[in-house]
Design a binder for this molecule. Structure first.
Ligand code: KG4
Ligand code: ZN
Length: 347
């Protein structure tokens, strides 16, 4: 039995979890900073790192307590190395090093995107290899061909905004609050998704890249030229916007899976919580005879369970991190671009 403490502080959630053997969740604590950033309509990096400093010890303590264990019973610590906000990453990363050093146990740095991909194994019906995964979050929108727990090849990614970023920006344009994804998801249920035909960017034929900045601009222009025409208008705008995003994500994911002859597809990341996206992917996959796998809602957004889970596979393979390891803000540098192996990227 191997008890792993996972730590995640890449953006605006302070998260810790204790996971046994990479599969059994003993505890998962996520402390959200939404209240801190809400007045600013987006994450303020400087405030985020300060809040992580305040929360890291109580959150880790709570995770260990809820797991019914003690620090000295933890076998290894795993923390997110990047990509993310440098000041935020450093808090969890430095804490993990100190924790491991103090207890004399192994520690490991992992990639945030690889952690998201591994969150799908907490679906009660996990995928078999190989599968094609759509990673949709506030910072990333990419499609990967996944051949093993720690082997993912990038097939395509966004050329500008991430899907979650588009949700957040459209919510901001409409004055709906932050973060926008969940708010739009709920409001869209009352709107007509066919009311406004917003642009769908498919880019070059056969490309699995995305672009959402044109859509965001189109929504902005629409709002400016149609000031409050009628009562249901905001619901119709967000429903039509969401439909444009979901349609492109669904079609590209399905095409990517078919191109790789994969029977399994996965959707992970914060936007994987979107009810319309989940339904759309399920429906499209059923038509093609493919099976869909998604993490439970609680593990779509940032969490430490996925960090511990991916760490488990690397630890099993004998991988360890050194105490002089550094964090990195961006993963998408040439060396890592097409392959998500543990990076030695300098920020
Ligand atoms: O994975 P995540 O928690 O953090 C990043 O790594 O970015 O994703 C956060 C993103 C935010 O942009 C948020 O608006 C979006 O996920 N999101 C949603 C929903 N819930 C969260 N987007 C659409 N529909 C949702 N239900
Ligand atoms: Zn994330």
């Amino acid at each position: 039995m191997m008890k792993i403490l996972g730590i995640e502080t890449s953006c605006d959630e302070t998260a810790a979890a204790v996971v046994e053997d990479g599969t059994t969740i003993l505890s998962s604590v996520v402390s959200s900073q939404v209240a801190v950033h809400h007045p600013f309509g987006g994450v303020v990096p400087e405030l985020a790192s300060r809040k992580h400093i305040e929360m890291i010890v109580p959150v880790v303590n709570e995770a260990i307590q809820k797991a019914g264990t003690t620090p000295t019973s933890i076998d290894a610590v795993v923390a997110t190395q990047g990509p993310g906000l440098i000041g935020s990453l450093l808090v969890g990363f430095s804490f993990a090093k100190a924790f491991a050093f103090g207890l004399g146990i192994p520690w490991l740095a992992v990639n945030h995107l690889e952690a998201h991909i591994n969150s799908v194994f907490f679906d009660p019906d996990p995928p078999g290899f190989p599968f094609v995964a759509l990673l949709v979050s506030g910072g990333h929108t990419s499609i990967y061909h996944v051949t093993a727990y720690t082997q993912s090849t990038l097939m395509g990614q966004t050329r500008d905004d991430a899907a979650g970023e588009a949700f957040d920006k459209v919510a901001k344009i409409l004055g709906l609050g932050y973060p926008g994804g969940q708010i739009i998801d709920q409001l869209a249920a009352q709107g007509n998704p066919q009311k406004i035909l917003f642009p769908r960017a498919y880019l070059d034929k056969g490309s699995y890249d995305f672009s959402f900045s044109g859509l965001k601009t189109a929504v902005n222009r629409y709002v400016q030229t149609h000031p409050d025409d009628y009562q249901q208008q905001t619901a119709d705008i967000v429903a039509s916007f969401q439909e444009a995003v979901v349609e492109v994500l669904t079609n590209k994911l399905l095409q990517a899976a078919l191109s790789k002859d994969c029977a399994h597809i996965a959707v992970v990341g914060g936007v994987a919580a979107n009810s319309r996206l989940r339904a759309s992917v399920r429906q499209a996959a059923a038509q093609k005879g493919l099976t869909v796998h998604m993490p439970p809602l609680a593990l779509c957004g940032d969490n430490a369970v996925m960090v511990a889970a991916v760490g488990h596979h690397y630890l099993q393979a004998g991988k360890r991190s050194q105490l002089d390891e550094d964090v990195y803000s961006r993963a998408m540098l040439p060396a890592m671009d097409r392959h998500l192996s543990p990076p030695s990227v300098k920020r």
